[in-house]
Design a protein around this ligand. Structure first.
Ligand code: FAD
Ligand code: NAP
Ligand code: NAG
Ligand code: NAG
Ligand code: NAG
Ligand code: NAG
Length: 508
């Protein structure tokens, strides 16, 4: 495609993705670097990312919101410990307003490619207007990929789904106009999303049939509201909310030992298995016990906290749990391997996400693509989760192996943003034209992370969303503790980075 060079609009920074990662990056550009020359693009219509996309009934957090919120934008009046999606999205929108980020945002725009321009030390970024289908080019000095990890709904469709005359809705693509009242609803999947949606729709729907494939590690949840007394205390007692955040952080951090592949970890996993089993025996109908009790090693799938009473809800007469693989969908029904037919009005796909968010074509130094780079490194990897050698001025927020299942992702996001801000500061101050990580540092890190993963149950103990189905590897989860994350992102020096002034940035 030919673009006319003279018309390319320029920004110091372009951020792709307007979820918590893009939001935190945008806020810190303003707060820490005084940079106002940036644009944020997202294929969605507004800020929020996962919290904009996942509007299914019952959607909410499973990490206390006191910690699942931005450190520099504390919120004192969450209504409960584990608030629902509408409250989180409302919070996000208030941060957007407070930091005047709306004018930086362009929605309905997909990022389709980027290539490094060695002569100008800039990125050419190809974007696509989803309303018109037109592609256009933007230029920036620094490009930030904040595309999320759970942002691409798994569409691996069941044969015949397109023939179905009712609605087929994915949890991460929810359509609020569809009524479930008195409908025959089929739910496919039993991860965290399906576990939240079923109790939320059980009263309204006519019949619900849920198809389960592998049991999850269901754990008893909580549903504590936060009254005005606590809200006022958070608001007026200096330091109280910070203290609560620290206590929650430390409490959640104790779980990291549980993922170690040693005796301590194994004991903790056995304990969790017993808690899960007890919870099921005490709350689920006996006919479902064998379907619900985990068969895989505890914790090798992300734990599912039952904050809304899913397990108990299985006692309802209109909720049915079935373990019989769905093989086909026709105009009006779901057909299973055993030959049974389940007539349906609405099919809800709680089938999770595909790990395809790093598939966008990115071309770095000497015309080398990101895919080629990863092939030579032996997998999808990024130094300290944020950068790759040979790709100057390109950064990830929530990049490869950045996810933390046991604590707030926002803690991780803020840590990575902090490191990026430190690394790019000389560029935005005009003291350097480009920066990239040393190839030797990247290779060393790559070995370290492989070894660290081997010591956890995340490497590949059972199928779960964070294991790449194509390679069988885990390039999603962070294997170390949050303390180590703090040290490597906020305290450690910048010896692994090379800032170039005028000189060539490629070929180091
Ligand atoms: C239902 C649900 C509940 C969750 N609950 C918790 C929780 O309780 N605690 C927790 O710690 N974590 C939770 N998570 C994980 C959650 O993904 C992170 O906490 C966090 O929201 C990630 O933010 P992000 O900005 O990195 O990604 P996202 O919020 O996914 O945002 C990424 C954005 O990038 C956009 N994008 C991606 N690719 C492109 C492209 N090529 N072009 C244009 N735009 C693009 C997407 O449209 C999306 O808006 C949950 C996730 C889901 C789905
Ligand atoms: N705050 C929260 O409580 C919350 C809520 C929602 C999501 N999340 C986050 O998002 C992640 C993803 O959650 P998710 O529930 O959306 O996805 P998920 O954990 O990947 O679960 C997908 C479910 O769909 C099943 N599945 C997929 N394809 C299927 C098929 N063809 N037939 C039958 N079953 C099929 C999977 O079964 P198998 O296990 O057999 O593959 C699994 O039970 C969570 O781990 C969590 O990190 C958090
Ligand atoms: C397991 O590993 C953790 C973290 O390294 C350590 O604290 C713990 O003592 C180890 N347990 C055993 C039994 O080695
Ligand atoms: C949780 O609390 C909310 C608000 O008090 C209530 O509406 C909801 O029904 C409760 N859910 C469960 C499972 O207790
Ligand atoms: C769907 O398939 C089932 C089982 O084969 C059949 O009984 C039903 O009539 C089919 N429905 C339609 C509309 O073809
Ligand atoms: C994960 O690590 C364990 C322990 O080192 C090992 O037994 C297992 O084979 C590893 N799996 C993969 C896929 O590397």
């Amino acid at each position: 495609m030919a673009f006319s060079e003279s018309k390319i609009a320029f920004n110091e920074v372009i951020i792709i993705g307007a979820g918590f990662s893009g939001l935190a990056m945008a806020c810190q550009l303003k707060r820490k670097l005084g940079c106002d020359d940036f644009s944020v693009f997202d294929r969605a219509s507004g800020y929020g990312g996962a919290w904009h996309a996942n509007q299914y009934p019952g959607c909410g957090v499973d990490i206390p919101a006191a910690l699942y919120s931005l450190s520099f934008a504390p919120k004192t009046d969450f209504s409960c410990f584990f608030p629902k999606q509408d409250e989180i999205l409302h919070y996000i929108n208030s941060v957007v307003k407070d930091h005047q980020l709306m004018s930086h945002f362009t929605g309905h725009t997909e990022w389709v490619g980027a290539s490094w321009q060695e002569s100008s030390k800039t990125w050419h970024v190809t974007l696509k207007d989803l309303h018109t289908g037109q592609e256009f080019l933007r230029e920036c000095r620094i490009l930030v990929s904040a595309v999320g990890a759970l942002s691409m709904p798994d569409k691996s469709s069941i044969p015949g789904a397109e023939r179905f005359t009712g609605d087929v809705i994915h949890t991460a693509n929810w359509d609020r106009t569809v009524s479930l009242r008195d409908k025959r609803v089929v739910v496919i999947g039993n991860g965290a999303s399906a576990t939240q949606i079923i109790p939320a729709i059980a009263k309204e729907a006519g019949e619900i049939t849920q198809f389960i494939r592998t049991p999850q590690l269901y754990l008893p949840g909580q549903n504590t509201t936060i009254g005005s007394l606590w809200q006022n205390a958070y608001k007026y007692v200096p330091g109280l909310l910070v203290l609560v955040r620290i206590v929650i952080f430390l409490y959640l951090e104790t779980a990291t030992l549980q993922f170690r592949r040693n005796k301590t970890g194994a004991n903790m996993r056995d304990q969790q298995f017993l808690v899960s089993r007890r919870y099921i025996l005490d709350n689920a109908p006996e006919k479902y016990w064998s379907l619900l009790i985990p068969t895989t090693e505890a914790g090798c799938k992300r734990r599912v906290f039952d904050n809304d009473g899913y397990i108990h809800c299985l006692n309802r007469d209109n909720v049915h749990l079935v373990q019989d693989p769905v093989v086909e969908i026709n105009e009006s029904a779901v057909l299973t391997r055993s030959g049974r037919v389940y007539p349906a009005d609405v099919i809800i796909l709680g089938t999770g996400f595909s790990l395809s968010h790093f598939d966008t074509r990115v071309i770095g130094c000497q015309g080398r693509t990101r895919a080629e780079h990863w092939k030579s490194l032996g997998g999808i990897k990024a130094f300290n989760t944020i950068a790759m050698s040979g790709f100057p001025n390109l950064f990830y927020v929530l990049g490869p192996n950045s996810g933390t299942g046991h604590t707030s992702t926002i803690y991780a996001i803020e840590s990575y943003v902090d490191l990026i801000v430190r690394v790019i500061e000389p560029i935005l101050r005009g003291k350097a034209s480009s920066v990239q990580v040393k190839a030797s540092s990247e290779q060393l890190y790559s070995k370290e992370i492989e070894q660290a993963l081997q010591k956890t149950i995340y490497n590949n103990s059972c199928p779960s969303w964070f294991i790449d189905k194509k390679t069988g590897t885990n390039w999603a989860i962070y294997p170390w503790s949050s303390f180590w994350m703090w040290y490597t992102t906020r305290a450690a020096g910048l010896d692994d980075w090379v800032h170039e002034v005028g000189a060539p940035s490629c070929g180091i």
